[in-house]
Design a protein around this ligand. Structure first.
Ligand code: NAD
Length: 380
């Protein structure tokens, strides 16, 4: 059975689906691994490192796609420069493992179903204890949370830590993190390590203890409705609850030097947490980093992919932050995808077992069908 690693063609994508270490482990298992020429280049993994790990380097992209039994990628399949889509290159019945953004872009799921591809979406891995080693949303969100703080610290015209010097005392920066999921918790930890005073807010009350255990203060808003959906994700809240949370968080946004927003509701536009009025109240020189920029933004002033200055406040809307740390992002993603494909391989042969709850949840297309109801709904 042949596993192939494609070179990413999405311009912002520097990650690669397998690093040489994981290739070596798969080869040791008796599997054949093909890697496209230059696939690891932007992650600083050379073709020769893959070759030394036992991979075969393939220079012709079409050959690699057409002859793969399992094709591994990071970004969803793209349109190719010379026409046609990457999906069309896959042989019928092949397995594709990648981020596929099936709720945001369900058309790709339809194309994959039309080509009889068994597509496993890394976004659909359940957030369960057994699936933890495959949880690419978490591994990549953690990188984003870390990097968001570094970006904010670099843009802030102040120190982060408190300093007592002969030239006087410097007060620590005040950082407010909105959304305390995986990215938010890593952002709290990183800001604390840099010496900031940190506050955090989330509509899921269960995160209070985690926030406090990282040395941050939890900003609590008591809401009269259930805020947690199946799987522990946040729900979209009512207009009245949105109003209530905005009233409470406005004061914390106003006092912050740095606001980092990470709030998401799966399959929906990101919730709007920071209004124009709130930004107008912030001190000039303050910084907002909006990690939900690609999903519509948590801040009303965010422009995805841009750094703007609005009323003296710098608002940064980064895109694909994990890709800016491609060495570790690829290393962690490699572990996630290899753990997943172990579930698909029995005695060196491909066996897709829908009795396995992880395979069942992650597999969005098989035998010409879109298997996931939410993806089918998103297509309507
Ligand atoms: P996410 O990226 O979907 O959202 C980020 C955060 O935004 C979440 O904490 C969410 O509660 C918050 N949020 C949403 N709407 C908001 C609003 N209006 N105001 C403020 N905050 C808002 O979340 P995630 O980091 O992917 O985590 C989702 C869930 O999965 C969490 O319960 C997390 O603990 C859980 N999880 C479990 C495991 C595991 O058990 N293996 C692993 C990772 C995550």
């Amino acid at each position: 059975m042949r596993i192939a690693v494609a070179k990413e063609i999405e311009v912002c994508e520097r990650r690669v689906a397998l690093n040489p270490d994981t290739v070596a482990r798969l080869v040791k298992q008796g599997l054949e691994v093909w890697v496209e020429t230059g696939a690891g280049e932007r992650s600083f993994f050379s073709d020769s490192a893959y070759e030394a790990a036992g991979a075969k380097i393939i220079s012709d992209s079409a050959t690699l796609w057409q002859q793969a039994d399992i094709l591994l990628k990071v970004s969803p399949p793209q349109e190719r420069e010379n026409g046609g889509s990457e999906v069309e290159l896959l042989k019928e019945g092949a397995v594709l493992v990648s981020f596929l953004n099936p709720l945001g872009n369900p058309v790709v799921a339809q194309q994959l179903a039309n080509r009889q591809i068994t597509a496993l979406s890394m976004e659909m891995i359940p957030r369960t204890t057994r699936a933890q080693s495959m949880d690419a949303l978490s591994s990549q969100a953690s990188l984003a949370g870390y990097k968001a703080v570094l970006i904010a610290a670099a843009a802030l015209p102040k120190y982060f830590p408190m300093l007592t010097t002969a030239a006087g005392t410097i007060a620590p920066a005040k950082v407010f993190i909105m959304g305390a999921g995986v990215a938010g918790l890593q952002a709290i930890a990183t800001a604390r390590r840099l010496g900031a005073v940190v506050e955090a807010f989330d509509i899921r009350p269960a995160v209070k203890e985690e926030v406090q255990s990282l040395g941050a203060k939890f900003v609590e808003v008591k809401l009269e409705e259930e805020t947690v959906a199946a799987g522990g994700y946040a729900k979209e809240i009512s207009e009245a609850s949105k109003q209530r949370t905005q009233e409470v968080v406005a004061e914390h946004v106003k006092n912050a030097d740095v606001v980092i927003t990470t709030a998401q509701v799966p399959g929906r536009q990101a919730p709007r947490l920071v209004t124009e009025e709130m930004v107008a109240q912030m001190k000039p020189g303050s910084v907002i980093v909006d990690l939900a920029a690609e999903q519509g933004g948590n801040c009303a002033c965010t422009e995805p992919g841009k750094d703007i200055v609005w009323n003296g406040v710098t608002i940064i809307g980064p895109i694909n932050l994990p890709s800016s740390m491609p060495v570790h992002a690829s290393q962690l993603y490699s572990k996630n995808v290899t753990s997943l494909i172990q579930l698909l391989i029995k005695d060196k042969a491909l066996q897709v077992d829908f009795a396995d709850d992880i395979v069942d949840a992650a597999c969005i297309t098989h035998a010409g069908e879109i298997r996931n109801q939410r993806v089918r709904d998103a297509l309507q």
